[in-house]
Design a protein around this ligand. Structure first.
Ligand code: HEM
Length: 429
């Protein structure tokens, strides 16, 4: 058995470095050991082998769902997303959840959501004005939360939305201190951890009330939101319908997975357009001409330059040969999104913001992987690209943007966000 090289420090020291100083720790590991390295972190301790070579990433994504467990690797999300979450389950349970969820995110469904996204984007941009310093990340967070709430729940009474909005926002506000409470359950009886999990219980109560109310509506089959679709999904091809507890876990998963991620991708993209006036000029023309392929390429390049999620994980249930290594069962192998997307061998001039690379067929397989890959690839990938393109189009047909200060990447809970909220100045067109 063999693994990529890594530090020999005690697992407790590596855990602190990983939780509290993830960015600098990862950069130090790449400098010292190269693009593939191994660390050991608690609980467990688990052995995590990071890989960044497209060939090694391909091997991981092509691996069988029974031998490469993503759900087991994502366990840190369990206290919030729940035991049944599609992100946390494996094999038969995962397959069933995924089968039931997928129709809500296929091409036809996405086209159905577009007018809702357009209307919400317009309502948001209607509130902006010429010369405004736009705190992009705050505005994108508000917009993407509204979009995902309405896509997931559909038309529901305003009181439910009013109660859910601040509580869902609270759920995704997780700093490193809060994260420790996810890992060590005993802390949840105290202080900020208790308040966090009290808030979560309130979200759960609202969800169960909404599920119960929706079961009773007479026009369930005519509704196109995710909750109604899931309730309406009859046991087909031996796939039993979801219970209330399963529904709660999938809904929370979608709300959390689909909100901050898209907001961060959009914020970075708008910031990069502001910082690259030549590319912005092309994007403004594309918005005017309805050239959505270029706007989508901008979003893809934004996600490449600034990956929202820096890596994905698979826990090996059997020994696996990956690249030159014979990894033992139990190893968590982690394709590095940040690593491969910043690599010179994958992308010419990787630090440049150049959306055209996505239109000129320059992007090789397994090098652009912001949504992960294989049987666990993000369910909402198409949705977030559709949403992001619609939002960019609404903004750029009405405003040009210029930068308002420097911006850097920061890890906030599980997602990477622009540290200074990607502030830009708006100029009416
Ligand atoms: C820019 C936006 C987004 C990014 C960067 C992103 C990224 C990711 C990544 C990296 C994974 C893990 C994939 C893997 O393990 O190979 C994932 C999984 C997932 N995402 Fe997203 N995501 C985004 C938006 C969304 C949206 C809008 C939704 C739903 C509305 C969503 C729902 C999910 C779900 C349910 C999974 C679990 C899939 C499974 O395990 O089978 N995501 N996402």
């Amino acid at each position: 058995m063999s693994l990529p090289p890594g530090p020999r420090w005690p697992a407790s020291v590596q855990t602190v470095a990983f939780v509290a100083f993830r960015g600098p720790f990862s950069r130090m590991l790449v400098r010292r050991y190269g693009p593939a390295y191994t660390i050991r972190i608690h609980p467990g301790p688990r052995t995590i082998a990071t890989v960044s070579d497209p060939e090694h990433i391909k091997q991981v994504f092509a691996g069988s769902a029974a031998e490469f467990h993503a759900g087991e690797g994502n366990q840190v999300l369990r206290p919030v997303m729940g035991d049944h979450s599609v992100l946390l389950t494996d094999e038969a349970e995962h397959l069933r959840a995924r089968k039931l969820l997928m129709p809500a995110f296929n091409g036809a469904s996405l086209r159905g959501y577009r007018s809702l996204v357009d209307a919400l984007a317009k309502a948001e941009v209607d509130r902006w004005h010429d010369g405004e310093r736009l705190v992009t990340h705050d505005r994108m967070n508000a917009l993407t939360l509204e979009v995902i709430l309405q896509v997931v729940f559909g038309v529901t009474d305003e009181d439910t939305l009013l109660a859910l909005r601040p509580r869902i926002r609270r759920m995704v506000e997780i700093d490193p201190v809060m994260f420790v409470g996810w890992i060590f359950p005993r802390l949840r009886a105290y202080g900020p951890w208790k308040r966090y999990f009290d808030n979560q219980r309130q979200v759960d109560a609202l969800m169960y009330a909404e599920i119960a109310a929706r079961r009773e509506v007479p026009d369930l089959d005519a509704r196109t939101d995710v909750l109604s679709r899931l309730l309406g999904a009859r046991a087909e091809a031996g796939v039993p319908a979801l219970t209330d507890a399963e529904l709660r876990d999938q809904l929370v998963t979608l709300l959390l997975a689909g909100h901050e991620t898209t907001a961060s991708a959009l914020s970075w993209t708008l910031y990069e357009l502001a910082a690259n006036p030549d590319v912005q000029a092309e994007a403004l023309r594309a918005a005017d001409d309805g050239d959505e392929a270029f706007l989508e390429a901008c979003l893809k390049e934004g996600m490449r330059r600034h990956p929202v999620i820096d890596s994905v994980v698979r826990r090996l249930t059997t020994p696996q040969r990956i690249g030159p290594w014979e990894m033992p069962a139990g190893t968590v192998v982690s394709p590095s999104i940040a690593g491969v997307q910043a690599s010179q061998s994958s992308f010419a001039q990787p630090r440049r913001f150049r959306p055209r690379r996505f239109l000129d067929d320059e992007v090789a397989p397994n090098t652009w992987i912001p949504f992960g890959g294989g049987v666990r690839r993000c369910i909402g990938a198409g949705f977030s690209l559709m949403e992001g393109t619609a939002v960019l189009k609404e903004i750029l047909t009405r405003y040009r943007v210029s930068v308002d200060g420097a911006e850097v990447d920061m890890l906030r809970n599980i997602t990477h966000v622009p540290k200074h909220k990607a502030v830009v100045t708006l100029h009416a067109r």
